[in-house]
Write a protein that binds this ligand. Structure first.
Ligand SMILES: Cc1cc2nc3c(=O)[nH]c(=O)nc-3n(C[C@H](O)[C@H](O)[C@H](O)COP(=O)(O)OP(=O)(O)OC[C@H]3O[C@@H](n4cnc5c(N)ncnc54)[C@H](O)[C@@H]3O)c2cc1C
Length: 390
């Protein structure tokens, strides 16, 4: 359905961003392909594909072209003796798909419960949480090639998945994900092992329950995410974010050790299993929150109408009255201060920026924004492993 009055503020979890030239909603993949066939120019310059809008920051000047939002579709399961193969339309809500797999008693994405977004966006940045990543269960992705207007299935290997990345983030900008195929083993054949992530372990230790039961694992994750405002909830103002604003950085091992000592973090590699995978050439991936704390930022730090979440240091929250420019400038301020502190520009933005953003004018940043020091608590996984005060 076409709408002329939509803005990105209406369509994104951050709730900022300007107007849209032409807005279309499509409710399944067949209607997406039919719609694309009617649009003359489907290039990335004029046509923007939107899912839930939970990982983009659109500029205040908006997007003069067409936005097609994927909102709905089918989940087609094919049950085999030991696994189920799901072919899922790109517009299906991610968490609805997770719930479906739990009801089917198939294993592999139950710890990805509560991540906002649509299925079609999941492969783009290889969504991950609590030790599971979507790349582990994707076998193929159906794509629409904007240049050749052709549809083809590409294999998992061709997608080149990595930590919060894939080929879609680099040389496949002209591909629209139309369907995703997943292969999940049946719990009866391959029961899940208990998660070693602090929040999940702590939930089971406090509330009891079976850490290998799929529904209990989902409940534990939803509770942990809720406590960090990492759910898509309209009535919690701290959820007005894009989730993590920065990708967990890769830093020299010596700095990682220093951070671990300073903040008394044990089990860094358990909290972030990826750390081990990324250990190479003396570099290691660490929680981004550590480098922010190291650079002097606190949960709840606020510049005008934009703040670091009280409950999740890596999340930048837009409060009422905030503009996309404000968010952009705060993001650059944090990134630059961290770079100055650690001596290298280690933080990369996780969300995609859409539209035109001006120079963040960091020389005038501190004089132009009223700053309030946050008094939010330390991240729980820091205090949880803290053995002495810092
Ligand atoms: C509160 C909160 C918590 C979060 N927690 C996590 C987390 O734990 N782990 C995690 O990995 N992420 C997390 N995120 C980030 C976000 O949920 C994911 O990146 C999600 O996959 C984005 O889906 P979306 O449909 O909202 O994509 P959008 O924001 O709509 O789009 C993101 C990008 O993907 C492109 N895109 C979307 N759909 C398609 C398609 N079908 N084909 C081609 N390109 C497409 C868009 O053009 C855009 O460039 C969180 C976000 C929020 C707000």
């Amino acid at each position: 359905m076409g709408r002329a009055d939509m803005t990105f503020a209406d369509l994104t979890t951050l709730r900022v961003g300007g107007g849209i030239g032409h807005f279309l909603d499509v409710t399944d993949t067949d209607s997406l392909l039919e719609t694309l066939a009617t649009i003359d120019d489907v290039s990335t310059e004029t046509l923007f594909i939107l899912g839930r809008g939970s990982n983009i920051i659109a500029s205040d000047t908006g997007w003069p072209g067409t936005v097609v939002r994927l909102d709905g579709g089918a989940i087609n399961p094919h049950v085999e003796s030991d696994r189920t193969v799901y072919t899922v339309d790109a517009g299906v809500d991610w968490d609805q798909f997770v719930q479906r797999t739990i009801a089917d008693r198939t294993v592999g994405i139950e710890l990805l419960s509560g991540i906002p977004g649509r299925v079609g966006a999941a492969p783009i940045q290889n969504i991950a949480a609590y030790g599971q990543q979507v790349a582990d269960v994707i076998t193929a992705v159906e794509t629409f090639d904007r240049t050749h207007r052709s549809v083809e299935w590409v294999t998992k290997a061709e997608c080149a998945f990595g930590f919060r990345t894939s080929r879609f983030k680099h040389d496949w900008h002209d591909r629209i994900v139309t369907r995703v195929r997943f292969e999940l083993p049946h719990a009866s054949q391959q029961p899940p092992t208990p998660s070693t992530y602090v929040d999940v372990e702590r939930h089971f230790a406090t509330h009891g329950g079976d850490p290998t039961d799929l529904a209990a694992r989902r409940a534990a994750v939803l509770a942990a995410r809720g406590a960090k405002s990492m759910l898509d909830l309209a009535d919690d103002p701290l959820t007005h974010s894009v989730g993590s604003f920065f990708v967990n950085p890769v830093v020299p091992v010596a700095l990682a050790h220093e951070l671990g000592e300073l903040f008394q973090v044990r089990h860094l590699s358990v909290q972030y299993l990826e750390a081990e995978a990324d250990r190479r050439d003396g570099m290691v991936r660490v929680p981004g929150a550590l480098v922010l704390r190291y650079a002097g930022f606190h949960p709840g730090d606020r510049w005008g109408n934009v703040q670091l979440s009280d409950r999740h240091l890596l999340a930048i929250v837009a409060r009422p009255g905030a503009t996309a420019t404000d968010v952009w400038r705060v993001g650059h301020h944090v990134k630059t201060r961290v770079a100055d502190t650690v001596g290298s520009d280690v933080l990369q933005f996780e969300p995609r920026f859409i539209g035109i953003f001006d120079d963040p004018r960091l020389d005038r940043f501190e004089s132009e924004y009223a700053f309030t020091r946050g008094d939010g608590p330390e991240p729980s996984w820091l205090t949880g492993y803290r053995t002495k005060p810092t």
